[in-house]
Design a protein around this ligand. Structure first.
Ligand SMILES: [Zn+2]
Length: 245
């Protein structure tokens, strides 16, 4: 009886996850090349001129580029498998760029990395999504390469919901996003878009130049749920890219 109830519960969850919006994927008929045709609200995916991700190259060093300020804190893990990635929802933490303050909203993962740097993709990327009071988005990208086990990811990946569904609150697990950041906060900055439908533009991107590590086993663990959940590189159309060392 218990088994049967869980099967019904799982079924319910997958239906509600699918019912949330038009079905889009990373391959096939609903893949990136077709996103703009799936819904009127997705037009920007093909009509936009400053789409993400891009191959970061030709960046101009700018000695006056502001430092990034992070005030992140440990909080109980709120984790969701949304059918496209694993996402951790956040209720505390800020990103400050100069005097501009953004609140941390969530972070999630793509593998391989969506961004390339000088033609080079990384094994994975975490997108730390922030929003200011006017609703403008700033995303910090943390690149991952294979190496040592990442202790912060260990906590997150140990609690990944296997099936798409609603958020899980894991009181016993606590994560501080600050522990995912590299030691150096030098970055590439450009204007881009969401990398998923509706591909909305005017998103400020900050790609941290120093990658962090995760183990081969951790990468494999993520790939059991999501592999190649990365939108292809978009034309940069000559948009300026600033480098902060
Ligand atoms: Zn993302």
């Amino acid at each position: 009886m218990m088994l049967r109830l869980s099967a019904i519960a799982l079924l319910g969850l997958s239906f509600s996850a699918v019912a949330e919006g038009p079905h889009w994927t990373y391959e096939g008929q609903h893949g990136p090349a077709h996103w703009s045709q799936l819904e009127a609200g997705f037009k920007e995916c093909s009509l936009g001129h400053t789409q993400s991700p891009i191959d970061v190259r030709g960046a101009k060093p700018d000695a006056n580029a502001p430092e990034l300020g992070f005030t992140y804190a440990a909080q109980p893990l709120r984790i969701v498998n949304n059918g496209h990635t694993i996402q951790v929802n956040e209720t505390a933490g800020t990103l400050t760029v100069g005097d501009h303050v953004y609140k941390l909203v969530q972070f999630h993962f793509h593998s391989p990395s969506e961004e390339h740097v000088k033609g080079h993709p990384y094994d994975m990327v975490a997108h730390l999504v922030h929003k200011d009071d006017a609703g403008k988005l700033a995303v910090v990208a943390v690149l991952f390469k294979q190496g040592h086990e990442n202790p912060t990811l260990k906590t997150v990946f140990a609690n990944m919901p296997v099936a798409a569904g609603p958020e899980h609150l894991v009181d016993s697990a606590s994560v501080n996003v600050a522990d995912l950041l590299p030691a150096q906060h030098g970055y590439y900055h450009y204007l881009g878009s969401l990398t998923t439908p509706p591909c909305s533009e005017q998103v400020s991107w900050y790609v941290l130049k120093q990658p962090v590590e995760l183990s081969a086993a951790q990468l494999k663990g993520f790939h059991r749920l999501y592999n190649h959940n990365n939108r292809p590189i978009q034309p940069s159309n000559g948009r300026p890219i600033i480098e902060h060392s």
